[in-house]
Design a protein around this ligand. Structure first.
Ligand SMILES: Cc1cc2nc3c(=O)[nH]c(=O)nc-3n(C[C@H](O)[C@H](O)[C@H](O)COP(=O)(O)O)c2cc1C
Length: 241
């Protein structure tokens, strides 16, 4: 696919890809939390993973592994995780430190206000918030779910590689009109997932991900989350002559 364009870029007869197309794919990605039931073909999933495997990694170590779940396999995992979530007997996963650094905390609060606001859930309504979190384990109704794992001996730089792999996958999906939501929520239920997916010992769950077509009518898919401006997070040095 696209071999003529790739060849043109590699041989220099075309100096760059169309930035407009690439930027549009990147900018159009959002975390989707309500999906249409429309099927995604296995061929499309394989093609997306085939693009994602070109992601860079430290010394080309490629630390990512992925279980791709569909149909009964996805349903069975969702049911087991749904039960574990309701039973609430797995220790909470502290995926962010408490307290958060101030800048991160204000963005997190903004996210919480928009997300629970869209769902009509009051900040203090713990039970409704827990039910909303539970939707993660149904992959938000998406027809395909991913569980990403990593050899537990690997360190933070390999987790960084996994993050790059995830974004590459999400962009390859977006380029095909598909949508995703990366989901750290799954990591809390590592033991349930290990048992259900028969994970090899010594592997950690990095996160999950939903894949499918967005339900564009759902308010939860229209959060329009803001970002810091370039001036707020970048420091430029040595550009003044
Ligand atoms: C590593 C990672 C883990 C995430 N985990 C969850 C999750 O468990 N549940 C969820 O609803 N969203 C999750 N998200 C989605 C983020 O909340 C979302 O990317 C962020 O708020 C920015 O919104 P946007 O992706 O729509 O731009 C996760 C995103 C990333 C990158």
């Amino acid at each position: 696919m696209y071999t003529d364009i790739l060849e043109a870029v590699e041989t220099g007869s075309q100096s760059h890809l169309d930035a407009c197309i690439v930027d549009t794919v990147i900018r159009s990605r959002r975390a989707i939390r309500a999906f249409r039931p429309d099927a995604v073909s296995k061929d499309d999933i394989v093609e997306i993973l085939d693009v994602a495997r070109t992601a860079p990694s430290n010394s080309n170590t490629q630390p990512w592994n992925v279980h791709v779940l569909h149909g009964r396999a996805k349903l069975e995992l969702s049911e087991a995780l749904g039960q574990a979530h309701v039973a609430d007997d797995c220790p909470p996963l502290q995926h962010l430190p408490n307290p958060l650094p101030e800048v991160c905390r204000s963005w997190q609060e903004d996210f919480g206000a928009r997300y629970y606001g869209a769902l009509g859930i009051d900040k203090a309504d713990v039970a409704s918030r827990a039910r909303a979190t539970g939707r993660n384990f149904d992959f938000f109704g998406a027809p395909v779910g991913f569980i990403f794992t990593i050899d537990a001996r690997l360190k933070k730089y390999s987790w960084l590689d996994c993050g790059i792999f995830l974004q590459t996958l999400m962009l390859a999906a977006r380029a095909r009109g598909l949508d995703t939501c990366a989901q750290v929520s799954f990591a809390r239920y590592q033991t349930v997932i290990a048992q259900k997916l028969k994970l090899e010992p010594g592997f950690d769950v990095v996160c999950g991900m939903s894949l499918g077509y967005a339900d564009e009518n759902s308010v939860v898919n229209k959060l329009g989350l803001p970002r810091a401006t370039v001036e707020q997070f970048a420091t430029f040095l040595g550009f003044d002559g």
